[in-house]
Structure formats: C-alpha cells, structure tokens
Design a protein around this ligand. Sequence first.
Ligand code: SF4
Length: 108
Amino acid sequence: MINRFIVEEEINRCLLCFDAPCSTKCPIGKDPASIIMSLRFKNNKAASQKSEDLDLKYGTCSEACQNEISCVKNCIRGKIDRPIKIPMLMNYISNENKISIKNNSDEK
Ligand code: SF4
C-alpha cells in the first residue's frame, strides 16, 4: 500500500518544471506536472479530477502507455539523481479516488 509519507517524499522532489517533459511527452495527454502540483498543495480532489477522465477514456497509465513510462523516462529530475515515481503517484490518486467513492456510497 502506498502511504502518504512516500507520496510526500516524491512530490517534494519534483522540480515543478516549466513546459514539463513528463506532461508534454505523455501519449494520452495526461499532465503529471499539474497533478503533482495539486498533490503538493494537498488538493487531492483536483489531482483526481485531472486524471479521472483520461483514465476512463484510455485505461490506467500502464495500459494506455503500454508500460513505456515516457513520463518517467523524460523526467528532468532523472538527470540529477532519479526520476519522480510518477506511476506510483498515479496509482495513489486512483486508490484515493476509489476509497472516496466507496466512502460516499457507504454514507448513502
Ligand atoms: S519532469 Fe519530473 S521533475 Fe519535472 S515536473 Fe515532471 S515529474 Fe516533476
């Protein structure tokens, strides 16, 4: 299970690049840089909304990208030490989203 501590560590390593290649190279137009920015400001709802529509249309990142992980391969942080674990962050958002949907349906 991905915990918030690991997520925080990754999002704090992100360089918040201008014209971020993780986003510009995504084959389905997902915008990891913007999603990471939302997570950084603890706005999970915005992060989720930014990926949800594309997930419904194209499937999960690994399905849509066929495990090419072009976001990770092009991450600028990788030139310094290691790239941001973007797929892990996307899984985190997806899991949080499922929990939120479940909690909302349990309340009804
Ligand atoms: S390329 Fe890497 S460091 Fe730059 S915004 Fe994207 S995830 Fe962050």
